[in-house]
Write a protein that binds this ligand. Structure first.
Ligand code: ATP
Ligand code: MG
Length: 655
């Protein structure tokens, strides 16, 4: 962020408020008292949260922070993560409770109870042992969204192997880089999965990557699609090896700081980093936040997180948090528009989902497809809606609450990162009055702040850099194999604070609003303007479904705002004209002030997004500055940039 008078402008005014539903507030898992309790004794608070888990050996100290930024939580404690997620629920008499209602894209289904999960995880653990995997080894998992994915992760956790799940959409080269970096001994994959109505192969990618990765000894292959695959010496079929194993396996305790997994960040900003998470603190905070933020009622709720397990959201809120809490979840293999654009709402109606967690990118896509689609389904079972991944534009929040939540459900906007492991800033659905677009308050036990260039807290009404002032249980422990990069990336910008890389503001009530990545901030005539506020202003126009803005070099103002806009399905044909562009420019000027008025509006059919659905603004910056487009390897769909570039001649500019 460049220097200027203010650290980050605070332009957006949002007056709508949504108090928690009375019934939810009356029976909420977490009440307002939790904030005070945690503030009075933060480590005591986290000690109590760890009691949610079953420890084979109690910890001596809650936190060892004697060698910052290298934290140890629940020092000396021992537990088995898989036992906590599976076996203890069976032992408590809940073996028949459904852990996953799994729905394949073609419409096939599988139901896994906790007892089923215990048997399947034990078999997979025994199979990994037979392949020579030992405590401390790394196992890469490159699977579609099928039950074998959580089963594989839990099998690793059970025997103390560290898993590295690589999203099934990554290329052979991206996979090989990750196999090499982690020196993975085994890769677990499938012939393929179903996407957009067709089998989509995975095995050829693994063949290519594993051939080049010296550490890989075996590839364990699940048959999902039944398509022909090449079989190499290192390959072994899941049904040959796992099915014949014993369904019993005695879990051994591991140290609280035993490495649980490595996960590479999604790559919105650059070279992937292998984020390392460990056991006791990670499981404590994922379990606590899943219970608190969704107000999970274990025996009544049906919970669905639509993320891919290949991202941290899926790790923490499809696998570890919900299972540690003994919840019933839905898991879906495919895309939201297969075979039709109502598929997600159909699934919610079918399983009577009560708690739903998705991303703003999905919500904006549904806004684009039209309100009439969710209207065809019975969504009255829903009682809490969550959002994660990007700032949620106020208009998308209100749309989500109204069209999906029937105006009954609170929306919890949850801010966190791969690095934080679990939710850090979020409303509590039974406590917090919702403000569309605001992530509101750090959760109890979390100490977040917004600071200026010098690391001083900004006053209410000010904007700046989001930081975390105290360590937290599910924090990353390091970047795998690169302690120095860990210190440099996260702990060197401000003394003694974790710097998240995001901009934020604290409003007059002291509530937090995320303003996008600081690398994306635009400097217009000496004002630092956040992408989020301008995008939200554009999305608040009734004809706009999605928007991305970037700062492009401008001879007069330093940078000028260039906006890329996707119209709503209902917007009609006149969105191509000069008039529409002028209308949007004026709309932004009216909403945020003339300083935020875009110089240029480009109507585009799609936006460049990472595979986890986040807008990649650096590529749009290339387009806006007429440069050749940079590295597109982490794009979900590389043809998108061609579509956008093709629109260039018709770019609408004021001057
Ligand atoms: P990379 O770090 O490789 O660039 P990434 O940051 O996209 O990738 P993630 O860890 O999946 O990878 O995403 C975390 C980031 O997503 C946050 O730093 C923030 O920018 C954004 N984010 C997540 N949730 C929210 C939210 N509720 N509000 C605003 N931003 C959010
Ligand atoms: Mg990041």
């Amino acid at each position: 962020m460049s220097e200027s008078q203010e650290t980050l402008s605070n332009l957006l005014r949002e007056k709508r408020r949504f108090p928690p539903p009375a019934e939810l507030a009356a029976s909420a898992n977490v009440t307002a008292a939790a904030y005070d309790e945690a503030a009075a004794d933060r480590l005591g608070f986290w000690a109590r949260q760890a009691e949610r888990l079953s420890w084979t050996k109690p910890w001596d100290d809650v936190l060892d922070w004697s060698d910052p930024p290298f934290a140890k939580w629940y020092v000396g404690g021992e537990l088995n993560v898989a036992y906590n997620c599976v076996d203890r629920h069976v032992e408590a008499g809940r073996g028949d409770k459904v852990a996953y209602h799994w729905e394949g894209e073609p419409g096939d289904t599988r139901t896994l109870t906790y007892a089923d999960l215990q048997r399947e995880v034990s078999k997979a653990a025994n199979a990994l042992l037979e392949l020579g995997v030992r405590n401390g080894d790394r196992v890469a998992v490159y699977l579609p969204m099928i039950p074998e994915l959580p089963i594989s992760m839990l099998a690793c956790a059970r025997i103390g192997a560290t898993h590295s799940v690589v999203f099934g959409g990554f290329s052979a080269d991206a996979l090989r880089t990750r196999l090499d970096d982690a020196r993975a001994k085994v890769v677990i994959t499938a012939d393929g999965g179903y996407r957009r109505g067709k089998p989509s192969a995975l095995k050829p990618t693994v063949d290519e990557a594993a051939a080049a990765a010296a550490s890989v000894e075996h590839v364990l292959v699940v048959r999902r699609t039944g398509e022909d695959v090449a079989v190499h010496d290192r390959d072994v079929w899941w049904h040959d090896l796992v099915d014949r194993q014993s369904g019993e396996h005695a879990p051994e305790p591991h140290d609280a700081e035993h490495p649980l997994y490595i996960l590479y960040t999604s790559g919105t900003t650059g070279k992937p980093k292998g984020i390392l998470h460990t056991s006791g603190g990670y499981l404590t905070q994922t379990a606590y936040t899943h219970d608190a933020v969704f107000d999970l009622k274990r025996d009544e709720d049906v919970y669905w997180c639509s993320a891919d397990i290949g991202w941290v959201t899926g790790h923490s809120y499809i696998v570890y948090g919900p299972l540690a809490n003994g919840a019933t979840s839905v898991m879906y293999e495919g895309t939201p528009d297969t075979p039709h654009q109502g598929r997600w709402w159909e699934i919610i109606a079918k399983y009577e989902v009560t708690l739903f967690y998705t991303a703003p990118t999905a919500i904006r896509t549904f806004m684009k497809w039209g309100d009439d689609i969710p209207a065809q389904y019975d969504l009255t079972s829903l009682r809490v809606l969550g959002s994660v991944g990007e700032p949620i534009n106020p208009e998308a929040y209100v749309w989500y609450r109204h069209h999906i939540g029937g105006d009954r459900t609170p929306v919890v906007d949850t801010w966190w990162q791969t690095e934080t492991g679990a939710v850090m800033i979020s409303p509590l659905p039974g406590v917090t009055e919702g403000k569309p677009g605001a992530a509101m308050r750090p959760l109890p036990g979390i100490v977040a702040d917004v600071v200026d260039d010098e690391g001083r807290s900004v006053p209410d009404g000010g904007g700046g850099f989001l930081v975390l002032r105290e360590p937290w249980p599910s924090m990353l422990r390091t970047i795998w194999g690169d302690d120095e990069r860990y210190v440099k990336t996260y702990w060197s910008r401000f003394d003694g604070m974790y710097f998240a890389g995001d901009g934020a503001k604290r409003d007059e009530d002291g509530d937090l609003w995320l303003l996008g990545r600081v690398d994306d901030v635009m400097l217009v005539s000496g004002h630092n303007i956040s992408t989020t506020e301008v995008e939200s202003a554009l999305v608040s126009h009734p004809k706009v479904a999605e928007a991305a803005v970037v700062g492009a070099t401008d001879p007069v103002t330093g940078q000028a705002i260039v906006a890329f806009v996707i119209p709503r399905g209902s917007a009609g044909a006149d969105v191509e004209g000069e008039e529409f562009a002028a209308e949007l420019r004026d709309h932004v000027a009216r909403t945020l002030g003339p300083i935020a008025k875009p110089r240029q509006i480009m109507v585009v059919p799609e936006l460049p997004k990472t595979r986890s659905g986040k807008i990649m603004r650096r590529l749009l910056r290339d387009v806006a500055e007429n440069r050749s487009v940079g590295d597109v390897t982490t794009l979900a769909d590389s043809t998108v940039m061609d579509l956008i570039s093709a629109k260039l001649p018709s770019a609408k500019s004021e001057d």
